[in-house]
Write a protein that binds this ligand. Structure first.
Ligand SMILES: Cc1cc2nc3c(=O)[nH]c(=O)nc-3n(C[C@H](O)[C@H](O)[C@H](O)COP(=O)(O)O)c2cc1C
Length: 378
């Protein structure tokens, strides 16, 4: 009897994660978002045909998908075989992937990034030093698969005059994303990459108008938002932020103030969403820790759609939506391992376990498109 009642609720779409939501002009049929996931299968920084299957497997009608982090320029890369969107070839290569997602009714945003100092000369044009807000060197870091270790070369601090050029790279990348057919872009302002290297005071040691005060440290991020909004319109722009995270030696001495200042400042640009990483993901993308902090103040301060990510399962995703702590929940590892995640939630079906050994393996199939669907498993 109790089971019947549960089924009825699902049928009526009462599971909070599976209720519809209007995100700006986009009609979402549910709130389970594919989080951005670097997969390192874009050989030579060009998206490959196997990504058509990967993304379309994870597409539902009215579902929101965010791509893996995608480089805005030839200085933006820091990991092997990650895609870009600064050349014509890359734009053309994205098109069939976007088309496949649209053919199944998905809404697809491209996450655009610049890694800044999370790079080494091997990834840089002419073997030059990576660029950053600072010339502080980054020590070798364990990757989120818990296996690989990334090594870095000391960065070169951008001059004040060079900063608008990098802002412009984000603008052009956003234009290219629209040209490729994407519904919008997510500016990657999280996880210790270039934008955070400006925002956070553990890294930023500048003395110009891009350093020092909180306002100055957020200037670069907000200039990018403004440039991208002016280029493609606010209804196509989201941003990802992780004020509480301490990845890549990028921590802030006052993450609440940083998160709140950004949430409030973003309102003036009327961007469609703000995507924040939960404080419990402070240490690494693969590890959840207890945290006294919450994203609720930022959620309340931001006027647009709020997306939360980091350590969610079905249960607490439903609770977060039911308690109005977020509008949408982005799932990373669970969606990586369960291409039909919304359906599994709907049926309360068991989930495949993500295999971190193949997160970043370069194989076009294994650990990428071979996670079983519900039908084929039972
Ligand atoms: C393999 C892997 C790749 C990731 N790549 C990205 C990325 O490209 N951009 C990004 O913003 N976050 C990236 N993340 C972080 C995820 O988007 C997500 O925030 C994180 O996995 C925590 O959510 P989860 O607990 O649902 O997995 C990655 C995480 C994993 C495990």
């Amino acid at each position: 009897m109790a089971e019947k009642e549960g089924e009825k609720q699902v049928e009526e779409g009462k599971m909070p994660l599976l209720t519809p939501y209007k995100m700006g002009k986009f009609e979402l049929s549910h709130r389970v978002v594919l989080a951005p996931l670097t997969r390192q299968r874009s050989y030579g920084n060009v998206p490959q045909p196997h990504a058509i299957l990967y993304y379309s497997q994870r597409t539902t009608k009215g579902g929101l998908l965010i791509t893996e982090a995608t480089g805005v320029s030839d200085t933006a890369q820091g990991y092997p075989e990650t895609p870009g969107i600064w050349t014509k070839e890359q734009v053309e290569a994205w098109k069939p992937i976007v088309d496949a997602v649209h053919a199944k009714g998905g809404i697809f945003f491209c996450q655009i990034w610049h890694v800044g100092r999370v790079s080494n000369t091997g990834f840089q044009p002419n073997g030059q030093a990576p660029i950053s807000s600072s010339d502080k060197e980054l020590f070798p870091q364990l990757r989120s698969n818990g296996i690989d270790v990334a090594k870095f070369t000391p960065p070169r601090k951008l001059t004040t005059e060079e900063i608008p050029l990098v802002v412009n790279d984000f603008r052009v990348a956003a234009r290219n994303a629209i040209e490729a057919g994407f519904d919008g872009v997510e500016i990657h302002g999280a996880h210790g990459y270039l934008i955070e290297q400006f925002m956070k005071d553990q890294v930023n040691d500048r003395t110009d108008q891009y350093g020092g005060s909180l306002q100055n440290r957020c200037r670069f991020a907000l200039e990018i938002v403004e440039a991208v909004v002016n280029e493609i319109g606010p209804d196509r722009v989201g941003i990802r932020l992780s004020p509480f995270a301490e990845y890549m030696e990028a921590a802030d001495s006052n993450p609440e103030a940083l998160g709140l200042y950004m949430a409030e400042s973003l309102n003036q640009y009327k961007i469609v969403y703000c995507h924040m990483v939960e404080p419990r993901m402070k240490k690494s993308v693969g590890e959840t820790v207890e945290s006294p902090h919450s994203l609720v103040p930022m959620r309340k301060a931001f006027n647009g759609t709020f997306i939360s990510a980091g350590g969610f399962d079905m249960e607490d995703g439903n609770t977060a939506v039911a308690e109005n702590r977020t509008d949408l929940v982005a799932y990373g590892r669970l969606f990586l391992a369960n291409p039909d995640l919304p359906k599994r939630f709907q049926l309360r079906a068991p989930l495949n376990k993500p295999n971190r050994e193949t997160f970043y393996s370069l194989d076009p199939v294994i650990g990428y498109t071979d996670y079983p669907f519900l039908e084929t498993k039972v």
